[in-house]
Design a protein around this ligand. Structure first.
Ligand SMILES: Cc1cc2nc3c(=O)[nH]c(=O)nc-3n(C[C@H](O)[C@H](O)[C@H](O)COP(=O)(O)OP(=O)(O)OC[C@H]3O[C@@H](n4cnc5c(N)ncnc54)[C@H](O)[C@@H]3O)c2cc1C
Ligand code: SF4
Ligand code: SF4
Ligand code: SF4
Length: 377
């Protein structure tokens, strides 16, 4: 899908900012499908198509989309200063943070349904219960296409619980910001690029919603939806249209890729096996991405692979006073239990090594051969 309309690259005499977005980001393979451009456009000129934004016309040339887009230009020092009031020091590859924890959701059903320890779901539920936020931006599945992840604004515990678990497919998360009410105080769950979109939009003065908390997920990569299609149809031998329910991480950590069908059957394969297929479908933007731990979030969460005695725990990095306050609420309401840990436990994670060392090789090669690359690192 293209942002350009009628095949042309100009409208009138001057080049519209939205055309720059098309040429420098979408057309260069640097679109992260974060949805920021759609969320910030004040005139509703953009909507989300098949894994990229689509221009619908009516652009007034305000530049909000280009100035907020994290696809290509990521001024990390400016964004760090805007978010934390300082630049990173000894934290280096994990970005600015002041404490690290591992933990789990106290309610066993939440912990079992969650991707790792269910902390993200339990934390969001606690913030709603406390009235600290009025709505939560998370990811669920399309009611008509139950294998397709979609972003959603949630206002009650039942829906937040139902939206637990990672969805490993490109999801234009921030587009759901358009559903916020003027009085909303939001918690937003997002991948590193999505959180970067939030911060860039905020720095440029284009964020209209009140975001009181960003919960970043560690991220090696997202995947084209074709990955899910491939596993279901080519590997499992099923029809995607027969799927009534899909889970990428069903059951005890690390879980299994699991689908239920119209015939009432259930099929699954270990997540470790599904991961091999998912990785065949990494978008170009993810290969040249350098942020693993959602370095601009208030609080970041990931799996804990380094300690077999703690499987079913979530890793956490608290980065801001807002993140600390959210965790304090979740602990006080006995929604989560956490313990402080050192950096080593967090970074002994295959995703960290792949991203910070493996992607560094792709980024170096992309620059050497003149291929598109974000400005970070
Ligand atoms: C694409 C992707 C890649 C990841 N890569 C890594 C990795 O390399 N290493 C690692 O340690 N962890 C990774 N994670 C994070 C990990 O899968 C868990 O989300 C994290 O451990 C938190 O677990 P939890 O049990 O506390 O979360 P849960 O309680 O299960 O809550 C997860 C929350 O994330 C939301 N969510 C689900 N999918 C998405 C999505 N695509 N975009 C935005 N929000 C979403 C859900 O709606 C829910 O609110 C990745 C997650 C995703 C979505
Ligand atoms: S803001 Fe996000 S979705 Fe829009 S073009 Fe940039 S990277 Fe793609
Ligand atoms: S955000 Fe502004 S520049 Fe971008 S498409 Fe919308 S009106 Fe045009
Ligand atoms: S690898 Fe980077 S660009 Fe891709 S989904 Fe994760 S944070 Fe976004």
């Amino acid at each position: 899908m293209s942002l350009s309309r009628g095949g042309g690259h100009t409208e009138g005499r001057t080049q519209l900012p939205v055309i720059r977005l098309q040429s420098e980001v979408v057309g260069s393979g640097l679109c992260a499908a974060c949805g920021t451009c759609v969320a910030v456009c004040p005139d509703g000129c953009l909507e989300f198509g098949v894994e990229t934004p689509v221009y619908r016309g009516g652009c007034t040339g305000c530049s909000a989309c280009v100035e907020s887009c994290p696809g290509k230009y990521l001024p990390m020092p400016d964004l760090e200063h805007h978010t934390f009031g300082r630049h990173r020091g000894d934290e280096q590859d994990l970005g600015v943070y002041h404490s690290a924890y591992v933990g789990y959701a106290v309610e066993s059903g939440v912990r079992e349904t969650g991707t790792s320890g269910g902390v993200v779901t339990a934390l969001l539920g606690a913030l709603l219960a406390e009235g600290y936020v009025t709505a939560v931006l998370a990811t669920t599945f399309d009611t008509n296409l139950p294998y397709r992840p979609v972003p959603v604004l949630l206002r009650d515990w039942h829906s937040v619980q139902a939206a637990a678990q990672s969805k490993y497919a490109l999801t234009p998360q921030l587009t759901a910001l358009r559903d916020a009410r003027p009085s909303d105080r939001l918690a937003v769950v997002g991948l590193p690029c999505q959180v970067a979109g939030l911060r860039k939009a905020s720095l440029a003065g284009h964020l209209r919603q009140e975001i009181v908390l960003s919960v970043g997920l560690f991220c090696l990569s997202s995947f084209h939806l074709d990955a899910t299609r491939f596993i279901v149809e080519q590997v499992m031998g099923l029809f995607l249209d027969d799927v009534t329910r899909l889970e990428y991480r069903h059951g005890p950590f690390p879980g299994s890729f699991s689908v239920s069908t119209r015939a009432g059957e259930r099929h699954s394969m270990p997540y470790s096996e599904a991961k091999q297929y998912l990785r065949m479908f990494r978008p170009y933007r993810c290969i040249v991405c350098f942020d693993w731990s959602a370095e601009l979030a208030d609080i970041s969460a990931g799996d804990l692979w380094s300690d077999p005695s703690r499987h079913g725990y979530t890793s956490l990095l608290v980065r801001t006073p807002g993140g600390a306050k959210a965790l304090e609420i979740a602990e006080r309401l006995e929604a989560v239990r956490v313990e402080p840990v050192g950096r080593a436990l967090i970074v002994q994670n295959p995703g960290f090594y792949y991203k910070k060392h493996g992607n560094a090789v792709f980024i170096r090669d992309a620059r050497r051969y003149g291929l598109p690359c974000p400005t970070y690192p």
